[in-house]
Design a protein around this ligand. Structure first.
Ligand code: PGA
Length: 273
């Protein structure tokens, strides 16, 4: 099926995930499979754009990592072209290492700043950065949740998928009702993230992350996934048991509020109806 988004035609297939709880196709998450990374990025940018158009002052969270880089590049192009206006958006960051400041090389907030906040000229007043270097991170995490609640919760959460099934830094063991909190990182995630840097980057052993419950309460959740390296974990997340061993599997609790945008390589092991 070919669909137009703006002046580009993106080849994609929209399909439903087979509903594991037999609740019927209408409540099943929707999976959109696109040919490659660039299309995934443009579709994710489309979701951000349409969310802003329908609810300009809403709260949203966007991820960091290799997966969303193309989405941010696309959003910056649209901001420059005047088609996307972030001036009213309350942007909440998803996660960061505990105790790092934005000046730290490893900081994910710094990554977000360099990839999007500066190039997109995002106004500071409506930015809500996860309190990674707060004196009392536990109290600050509660305030973060309170700030989000005061704004009516998340209109949109775009998230990536970790190789171990983590969502943000909700590592294996995370419960679906978890909220913003301090977490221990698995060796696997620390290794994954060390690979983002050249040279010997010391990755902290703890992080602060928006919880699965926080993300699950968003009115729209979009999981973006790219590359064959994610094919197996995506399949386990969508077809396997809902379990804390694979935190992403809990996203299915959102039923039709969840959409997956995957490129063909990442979707290779999915069974779609
Ligand atoms: P990646 O990370 O986008 O760099 O693959 C995803 C994640 O760990 O959430």
């Amino acid at each position: 099926m070919a669909e137009g988004t703006g002046n580009r035609a993106i080849e994609m297939e929209k399909q439903s995930l087979m509903s594991s709880n037999m609740s019927g196709a209408t409540t099943a998450p929707q999976v959109t499979v696109v040919e490659a990374y660039d299309e995934m990025s443009r579709l994710a940018a489309d979701v951000v754009q349409s969310t802003i158009e329908s609810a300009p002052g809403s709260a949203m969270t966007l991820p960091t990592g290799d997966t969303p880089r193309g989405m941010f590049d696309e959003l910056v192009r649209r901001i420059d072209a005047g088609v996307v206006d972030f001036s009213q958006v309350h942007l909440f960051s998803l996660d960061d290492y505990l105790g790092v400041s934005i000046d730290d090389e490893a900081s994910l907030t710094r990554w977000l700043r360099d990839a999007f906040l500066i190039p997109g000229d995002i106004p500071e007043e409506k930015l809500h950065l996860i309190p990674a270097d707060a004196d009392d991170p536990h109290a600050a995490a509660e305030r973060y949740e309170g700030d989000l609640l005061a704004l009516g919760g998340l209109e949109l959460a775009i998230v990536g998928l970790g190789p171990n099934g983590h969502i943000a830094f909700n590592e294996p063991g995370s419960e679906p009702d978890s909220r913003t909190r301090v977490v221990d990182l698995t060796p696997e995630s620390r290794e994954q993230n060390a690979a983002y840097y050249t040279g010997d980057q010391d990755i902290p052993s703890q992080a602060i992350t928006m919880g699965l419950g926080t993300i699950l309460s968003a009115r729209r959740i979009v999981l973006i996934v790219s590359g064959e390296g994610k094919a197996e974990i995506l399949s386990r997340s969508l077809h396997g048991p809902m379990t804390s061993d694979v935190p992403a599997s809990w996203l299915r609790l959102a039923e039709s509020r969840l959409e997956i945008i995957a490129d063909r390589a990442a979707a290779a092991q999915l069974t779609l109806t």
